[in-house]
Write a protein that binds this ligand. Structure first.
Ligand SMILES: Cc1ncc(C[n+]2csc(CCOP(=O)(O)OP(=O)(O)O)c2C)c(N)n1
Ligand SMILES: [Mg+2]
Length: 557
């Protein structure tokens, strides 16, 4: 018999003299972060002193523009599902990072911004201090879920831990910590805060039973996944199988069900299925396209699973609403469902047939995009990650590019901020050095953050970027042509020689003019793991995929 040990309460960590910056950096390390994406400046000099001190445990990746730093943190967060951090100076630094913070909010990405501030005593006094901006806290608060201004070293670790907890609680999302330039360097007795417990709402068993009854009796069930389903791939796959239900995903829910399955559905077929469905299980999705574009079929019943209770009733009151992390909720549903599930014939053959019918229509309309996307899919390993910029090739990818695994297709969701692709993909590749990452950009979007090629070289990030060059904001130009009587304005682009541009930084660079040559170039690029590769693909005007994306109301709404 082992001797019973006397239980002793864990001794509290002793307080150690530390600066506020050291306390924040040590707390990030204590929470498992190993990188910070950052751009220095005088207000953050003492933060960088702490980063220097802890550089053996927290790696600083510096970028050439604050949007690069924040987008890299976003890409790293979306590729890993884990919290990531960036640091920028106040005022212009913060605003430069703004589009990425906005996109982190839109994609529920756990991104922490460390934002500098003017001297503590002068905050709010409108003195015209370097980088001062009126009510910085007020601006930041509207961009993130959680915000705090650190005012003393004793609070710094707890503030960082609270921000990190908020980023992972309920609906995940970004947080920001501001700290004045003098407070970063102030020393005090600091007790480092371990990760705080993340509250998990109790699963409503009664609601799970009602959901199981509805879904079990459904004749034509449909599952719809958004970004909130990314960590429940096994559960969604099992439910799809049990219910013989297709799984619809547009942007952020891609790859939850393997895209090789005929049950994995994108937009146009998804709209047909939405019109026919009698019960929908919606997992971590706003259902905005369904309600606003397609309309709610009269007799459709919806079961919603969402981490954010405010999401359930925003547009429509669902038959059943389940609040919390999708994974445990779907696990309970899987346990409950067999008792209520109807006997179901396989829908496999029918689904394959319906997929093929749509595929024919795609082939007739967007063949050039399909050929290039097939070349990418053929070369990118199954766990390789594709990152979107906002380009015509990506609008097609959203419907025809099959995604095999969760977190291998990174999309900005509803925000669609042109220019995020390259820097976001750099972050994804930096955080996932074990798999190849490909960014798909247009010539317009790539140039938003093309300067980060220097970052890719400096930090040897082996990202592969494909720039589809049509010499235009092509999507805009097509709209001007088709809808506005060819009134072309502000949509033509003067570009650099992209191959020379890449090479001038020391990147591998090539120009290819066919899907076959793209495959060869990708093969070469994936073999080069010591730094970035850039592949330019000159293209002509591309056919519009919009008839498949904006399809309007379904019948019976
Ligand atoms: C921040 C931002 N500004 C403007 C837009 C509008 N917009 C959407 S696509 C696009 C053109 C993109 O051009 P390019 O990257 O060359 O891709 P292409 O359409 O030519 O394939 C523009 C300007 C946007 N989505 N986001
Ligand atoms: Mg273009």
């Amino acid at each position: 018999m082992p001797k019973k040990r006397k239980r002793t309460a864990a001794a509290p960590t002793p307080a150690t003299p530390m600066t506020a910056a050291e306390a924040v950096v040590a707390t990030l390390i204590g929470h498992g972060l190993d990188t910070i994406y950052a751009l220095p400046g005088v207000q953050n000099d003492l933060l960088f002193e702490a980063l220097f001190k802890f550089s053996d445990r927290l790696h600083t990746v510096h970028t050439r523009h604050e949007q690069g730093a924040a987008y890299m943190a976003l890409g790293a967060a979306l590729a890993t599902g884990k919290p990531q951090a960036f640091a920028v100076v106040p005022g212009p630094g913060l605003l430069n990072a703004g589009a990425a913070l906005l996109t982190a909010f839109a994609t529920n990405a756990p991104v922490l911004g460390l934002i500098g501030q003017i001297p503590d005593a002068d905050i709010g006094r409108d003195l015209g201090q370097l980088h001062e901006i009126r009510d910085q806290a007020g601006i930041v608060k509207r961009l993130v879920d959680h915000h705090e201004l650190i005012r003393k070293p004793e609070r710094a670790s707890a503030a960082a831990a609270a921000a990190l907890r908020a980023m992972g609680s309920g609906r995940p999302g970004p947080a920001a910590l501001e700290c004045a330039m003098d407070v970063w360097g102030k020393s005090g007795p600091v007790r480092l805060q371990d990760p705080l417990p993340v509250p998990a709402p109790e699963i409503d068993r009664d609601a799970v039973r009602r959901a199981a009854k509805l879904l079990g009796a459904a004749k034509r069930p449909l599952i719809i996944c958004g970004g909130g389903a990314q960590d429940s791939s096994a559960e969604v796959t099992a439910l799809s199988d049990m219910l013989q239900a297709p799984v619809l995903a547009f942007r952020r829910g891609r790859g939850v069900l393997d895209g090789r399955s005929p049950f994995s559905v994108t937009l146009p077929l998804g709209r047909d299925l939405w019109a026919e469905a009698d019960v929908v299980l919606a997992v971590g999705t706003r259902l905005l396209i369904q309600f606003r574009q397609w309309g709610l079929p009269r007799d459709l019943k919806i079961v919603r699973v969402d981490a954010d209770p405010k999401e359930h009733n925003r547009l429509h009151k669902p038959a059943v609403a389940l609040t919390g992390d999708a994974k445990p909720i779907l696990q309970s549903l899987l346990a409950e469902l067999p008792a209520h599930n109807a006997k179901r014939a396989s829908r496999q053959a029918k689904m394959a047939e319906r997929q093929a019918a749509w595929r024919k229509r795609f082939d007739n309309k967007i063949a050039p995009q399909i050929a290039y996307l097939e070349a990418i899919r053929a070369e990118l390993p199954e766990d390789g990650i594709l990152v979107e910029d906002i380009t015509q090739m990506v609008f097609a990818a959203r419907i025809v590019y099959p995604v095999y695994k969760p977190r291998t297709y990174i999309s900005p969701g509803f925000q669609d901020p042109l220019g995020l692709g390259f820097a976001t993909a750099l972050g994804a590749q930096h955080a996932r050095p074990d798999v190849p990452v490909v960014a798909i950009c247009g010539d317009g979007g790539f140039m938003f953050t093309a300067t980060e090629m220097a970052t890719a070289i400096r930090h040897r990030i082996p990202l592969v970027t494909i720039v589809f060059n049509d010499g235009a904001f092509g999507n805009v130009r097509r709209i001007q042509k088709e809808r506005y009587g060819n009134h072309l304005i502000g949509s033509d682009l003067a570009n650099p020689d992209f191959v020379a541009f890449g090479k001038s930084f020391g990147a591998e660079a090539a120009r290819v003019r066919s899907p076959q040559d793209l495959r060869l170039a990708l093969r070469r690029a994936f073999a080069h793991r010591d730094g970035p590769s850039l592949i330019e693909v000159p293209v002509g005007e591309l056919p519009s995929p919009w008839e498949f994306l904006n399809m309007g109301k379904v019948q019976g709404v």
